[in-house]
Design a protein around this ligand. Sequence first.
Ligand code: 13P
Ligand code: SF4
Length: 311
Amino acid sequence: MNDLINEILKLKKEKNAVILAHNYQIDEIQDIADFVGDSLGLSQQAAKTDADLIVFCGVHFMAETASIISPDKKILIPDLEAGCSLASTINADQLREWKLENPDALVVSYVNTTAEVKAESDYCCTSSNAVKVVQAIPKERKILFLPDKFLGQYVIAMTGREMEIWNGACHVHEKIGDVNFDEAQARHPYAEFLIHPECGCSSACMLKSQIYFDCKNTHIFSTEGMIDYVKKSDADEFVVATEIGILHRLKKIKPDAAFYPLSEKSICEYMKMITVDKLYESLRDNKFEVKIPEEIARKASLPIQRMLEIV
Ligand code: 13P
Ligand code: SF4
């Protein structure tokens, strides 16, 4: 393994490449990466890097976003099959039809969407700035929010805005809603609960709470929001409701604290498709390049730019 890692580092230098990895990547990939973060952080890195080549260790829509932001750079993803169940819940034709039914509405698309869907959108957002993006839209404007229904409900709760929400969900996070939240709180009475807004349980938590989000010791965050919270927190026990890849980074930040996944089964098989072998082959053979047709990239870049401006 060490030889392979050395080869990766050598190739990276030769090709002036940067390796970006999402917080759900396997531990070894996180350790090799130049930057590990959430969707927003990775997009920001893609926008500002002076590398010639970006190897995106994440899922396809993330590499597409990097390609749109940095059209002059070569963007690689080590496995083209690394998709996203949530992004697959809506395509551009479905969005066009929804827009026809609501001609006066503005479209806010979560970054977990294809480039074609982004090209039909007015704003993009990530889980860390969805609330701010919606708040930036004039109150009188109708909003179509897609594709995640749980994130949409969270945004409604936090902004008080009426929005129409697409009925999409991520297969990993939706299932976390099946876990008995009260039982988990009874098992870990002193723990801080960190919940991703894509989770089914985020809605259960909102329902229980009178003043959204002080459902005792419970906080709703993007993956990077969880990292920031743990860095500042004095607590030494955390229950984490998201994909379990994030536990690696959390444990590195606070080695003496205890981290429990709310559900051990929260594994995104798409994120786990990226392996060290595939990363090596990707850098060695320049595969697989992610390139967006010019017209789609041009249209998609405006909502992405808005997403990067509202942080
Ligand atoms: P974050 O932007 O919070 O990392 O979320 C991305 C994602 O795909 C969640 O499933
Ligand atoms: Fe998509 Fe869900 Fe995987 Fe995130 S965890 S990349 S939303 S399938």
